[in-house]
Design a protein. Structure first.
Length: 476
């Protein structure tokens, strides 16, 4: 079943209806073409009958004037067995029907014996005249009969019709001619004239006409159907896009409401947490530096100091995500920001044996906030370092075209494809000691610069983080 026909999107009923209409149009066009062609066929046959009748009347006149009268005057009677008389009749008939597409012509006497025929094998035979000849003698009237070797429907689908596929047989009483004004039916009958005409060529024109009608209607209906399909698809795409935008706005609204609530909560307790943490951290640091402190105590104090710093960073992450500061729009060199972040992380990179390769211009400018962009780059690089347990590689690529694109590759564990769509959700993390705010903060910063953040798999085997920024802030 065509994908367009499946009712799995908006406008499903309209799609089904459009297919139903196409089927109805095709069937109706076939019936209409058949009806029109049948009317054309009837008109053609009527025309051929009129022509055959005129031909028969002309033959009757020519035979009577140029053969019957002279023969009776010259010989006293008509005897077609006489070669001279037969040849004279042959000459009259051939001169009359020449060029008129007459396939065959026979003359029967009143006893239905063949007296003359264009086919010499029929001469003298009886029983081939048929009912039409008998009716012509008895009722003194003419008749027509259509003979076909193939059906009209079959003929439509044949590329080439053989000769004699359709013939018209005209049976006409051969009469004496009287005075001007005498009724033909009152005149004596000399015999019966049978004319056979091949009308296959005329039938071909009817069939061509029928095909033309069907093709024209079919093409026009298909064109209308394709226009309808195009309109439905365009409307469907527009509606799908609006639904996606609606879902996106609802998600953002829900996220903003959640952030607003979290921001109010974090703001109210941040100073309550930061002040004790500051005291704990500074006190532990001071006691570590004392020479009198033994090694075991120093070890425990170091743990307290590190954990207090981690907790302080967590509070900072909460504040940064819940209440992001306004974005400035300065001229910023991304290359310089990357170099600054790498310089800050240089000792950690060296201690783990991680190499960094850089592929970007030294001057890589966009409009943005240098502090926020530094935080985004730092978070991405920090995640890459944490994802590598030992030695590894980080590759940073910068591409500047219509937009500025930064790509961060690493050889770490990479993103779990099963959770890739959740990586940008706040508080979602796959690490035991993670807050789940690193990448959401990066995404928030990139969005504040009217950019996009995408996650994927790097050719180094680890994670690929791509940031794309406009060169200039839209609307400025």
């Amino acid at each position: 079943m065509p994908r367009f026909f499946r009712d799995e999107k908006p406008f499903g009923f309209v799609r089904v209806l459009s297919w139903a209409m196409l089927i109805v149009i095709i069937i109706s066009s076939l019936l209409m073409s058949t009806f029109i062609a049948d009317q054309a066929r009837k008109t053609l046959i009527e025309k051929q009958k009129n022509f055959a009748l005129l031909l028969a009347e002309n033959l009757n006149h020519q035979i009577f004037r140029r053969f019957t009268l002279p023969t009776i005057i010259g010989y006293g009677r008509i005897a077609l067995r006489n070669p001279t008389q037969y040849e004279r009749l042959e000459q009259v008939v051939q001169n009359t029907i020449h060029g008129l597409h007459v396939k065959g012509l026979r003359i029967f006497d009143n006893k239905q014996i063949t007296s003359y025929s264009t086919n010499k094998d029929d001469l003298g035979k009886s029983g081939i005249a048929g009912i039409a000849a008998q009716k012509a003698v008895e009722q003194n009237t003419y008749s027509f009969e259509i003979e076909s070797k193939i059906s009209p429907i079959t003929a439509v689908f044949m590329l080439k019709l053989p000769e004699d596929s359709f013939t018209l047989r005209t049976t006409y009483p051969l009469r004496l001619e009287g005075k001007l004004g005498d009724e033909p039916k009152e005149l004596p009958i000399m015999g019966v004239l049978e004319i056979t005409q091949d009308i296959t060529e005329d039938y071909k024109s009817v069939i061509r006409f029928q095909r033309l009608i069907f093709i024209s209607i079919f093409v026009s209906s298909m064109l209308m159907f394709m226009i309808l399909v195009s309109i439905i698809k365009r409307a469907e795409r527009a509606l799908t896009k609006r639904l996606e935008e609606k879902d996106k706005l609802e998600h953002e609204l829900h996220q903003n409401e959640k952030l607003a609530g979290m921001g109010r909560m974090v703001s109210s307790i941040a100073h309550e947490i930061r002040n004790p943490l500051g005291i704990i951290s500074s006190s532990a640091e001071m006691m570590i530096k004392r020479e009198s402190t033994d090694d075991f105590t120093k070890k425990m104090l170091t743990v307290i100091f590190d954990e207090s710093k981690r907790l302080a960073q967590t509070v900072t992450d909460f504040l940064d995500y819940a209440k992001p500061k306004p974005t400035r729009h300065d001229k910023v060199d991304l290359a310089m920001i990357i170099n600054q972040a790498l310089g800050f992380l240089e000792n950690e990179l060296e201690s783990k044996g991680i190499t960094v390769s850089r592929d970007y211009n030294l001057k890589f400018f966009i409009e943005g906030d240098s502090d926020l962009l530094y935080r985004a780059v730092y978070n991405v690089l920090s995640n890459s370092i944490q994802a590598m347990e030992g030695e590894g590689e980080i590759r940073i690529c910068g591409i500047r075209g219509k937009t500025a694109v930064l790509q961060f590759h690493d050889s770490g564990s990479g993103f779990d494809t099963a959770h890739l769509n959740q990586m940008l959700d706040p508080f979602f993390t796959t690490r035991d000691n993670g807050t789940g705010l690193g990448l959401p903060i990066v995404n928030s910063i990139v969005k504040s610069h009217h950019g996009t953040l995408t996650l994927g798999k790097s050719d180094l085997g680890g994670a690929l983080v791509t940031m794309e920024f406009p060169l200039k802030t839209p609307g400025r």
